[in-house]
Write a protein that binds this ligand. Structure first.
Ligand SMILES: [Zn+2]
Length: 286
């Protein structure tokens, strides 16, 4: 879907963004923290609450988002500030495409929004329509505009349930992966880890989109599908962050896999799935 399609949904002309940037610049020149700029154009018709990014530093400012010292060159990805030694990141905001220099916490927020936008982009008009419906629904229930994370969370949950009822396991698996990523970006590592484990368990079943399994043990050629290395790395990273021992992690893997096996009626035993994962895990440690 072309970007122009999304731009139309926001009604946030770039001129206004730039004028806010100018206000940020002026405030910073006066030595103020640029954190109190309010958007004045939050239209009901816009899809996302992108005004939360108004206070983020533009790359053209070339300043550290922690200590506000001048930088020779803004980072495009990841860099340590030469003044305060904090790690800052270069990112591009979704839809409006403004380039920003952000703290780690801000980076997670930007990445989360980029995830939401790219998911909506991928699934197209029906998905966007549902997103809007959920947003309006929550708004009338709660009496205020919901956070986009709440809207997206409901949307992807509903989608995932639908994929489960139609046994579209590949799509179900992808939605589970997005949810895992989403929670990790919010620092909800315990719940994120369980979802990552579920993805690995599904992968070891070789689950297809028409209810079939490539790794059904009843077939003569019993051969596991490959696990995605980037996802294994992410899972192990979360395991480290949670300080889980190998034993604790193994118990957790088997427990989550058993629950998934039972609730979704998958063929592979949780222990067999674990053996495959363990093998992959060891190849990472070597
Ligand atoms: Zn700094």
């Amino acid at each position: 879907m072309p970007l122009s399609f999304f731009k139309k949904l926001f009604e946030k002309p770039s001129a206004q963004i730039h004028s806010r940037d100018k206000v940020v610049k002026e405030q910073m020149q006066k030595g103020k923290q640029p954190s109190t700029i309010q958007a004045n154009n939050s239209s009901n018709s816009s899809l996302f609450k992108l005004d939360i990014f108004n206070s983020y530093l533009s790359q053209e400012e070339a300043k550290c988002p922690y200590c506000l010292e001048k930088l020779e060159k803004p980072p495009t990805r990841k860099r340590k500030c030469p003044h305060c030694k904090e790690t800052m990141y270069g990112r591009t905001l979704p839809v409006i495409k403004r380039k920003v220099v952000v703290t780690e916490k801000q980076r997670n927020k930007v990445d989360q929004y980029n995830l939401i936008v790219s998911e909506l982009e991928m699934y197209g008009n029906d998905y966007i329509k549902k997103y809007r419906e959920i947003k309006n629904d929550l708004k009338s229930k709660w009496g205020f505009e919901p956070e986009d994370r709440d809207v997206f969370w409901q949307l992807i949950n509903k989608y995932r349930i639908n994929m489960a009822s139609s046994k579209a396991w590949g799509l179900y698996r992808n939605a589970t992966h997005r949810m895992a990523e989403f929670l990790a970006l919010e620092g909800k590592l315990e719940s994120s880890l369980d979802l990552y484990i579920e993805v690995h368990y599904i992968d070891t079943n070789g689950a297809g989109n028409s209810g079939q399994f490539h790794n059904d043990e009843t077939t003569s050629e019993y051969n596991f599908s490959d696990l995605a290395p980037a996802l294994v790395a992410k899972t192990l990273d979360i395991k480290e962050q949670l300080n889980l021992t190998d034993e604790e992690f193994k118990d957790r893997y088997i427990k989550i896999s058993s629950i998934t096996k039972q609730s979704l009626q998958f063929p592979i035993e949780s222990k067999k799935s674990w053996f495959k994962f363990e093998k992959e895990m060891k190849s990472f440690k070597d």
